[in-house]
Design a protein. Structure first.
Length: 151
């Protein structure tokens, strides 16, 4: 199956975040509309639902295109993604005005306060999660799509 490898890489890449974001949307909606948590669902989750799966798909296409030159394992390639997403998300949040920096951390929509210490503590966990998701889940879908390097 050598036809359209980049399309298959894209499809394998979006296979993981798409259902997870539907779960997140459900949880956000329940929190907002059932428990009246003052988080604007339409601004918090809708944009990531459109962007994140596409980024995973394009990132997997980039892995397919670059693996013969970089020989980078899929898990490491995936763990690099949050190092690009976090600054991009920060800049986007600042430009759109829903993320403010304070002396102690970040204010998200003026509702959620996140201290810098928590960001520093969570970053290694996020990198580990991305590594595992990419190594095992995206790797599985790459094998199913017939684009995995060894099988």
């Amino acid at each position: 199956m050598n036809t359209h490898p980049y399309l298959r890489a894209y499809m394998a890449g979006i296979s993981v975040p798409t259902p997870l974001l539907l779960v997140a949307l459900t949880l956000f909606s329940i929190a907002r509309f059932v428990y009246n948590v003052p988080v604007p669902v339409e601004r918090v989750i809708i944009f990531p639902m459109a962007l994140v799966p596409n980024l995973f798909g394009v990132w997997n296409m980039l892995y397919l295109a670059s693996r013969s030159r970089t020989h980078l394992p899929l898990g490491i390639h995936g763990a690099i993604l949050p190092l690009l997403l976090a600054p991009a998300g920060f800049l986007l949040g600042r430009c759109l005005g829903f993320l403010k920096t304070t002396a102690h951390g970040f204010s998200y929509f003026g509702v959620v306060e996140i201290h810098y210490v928590h960001v520093a503590a969570v970053l290694p966990v996020v990198l580990i999660i991305y590594y595992l998701v990419w190594k095992y889940l995206i790797g599985f879908f790459n094998r199913v799509a017939g684009i995995a390097e060894h099988g």
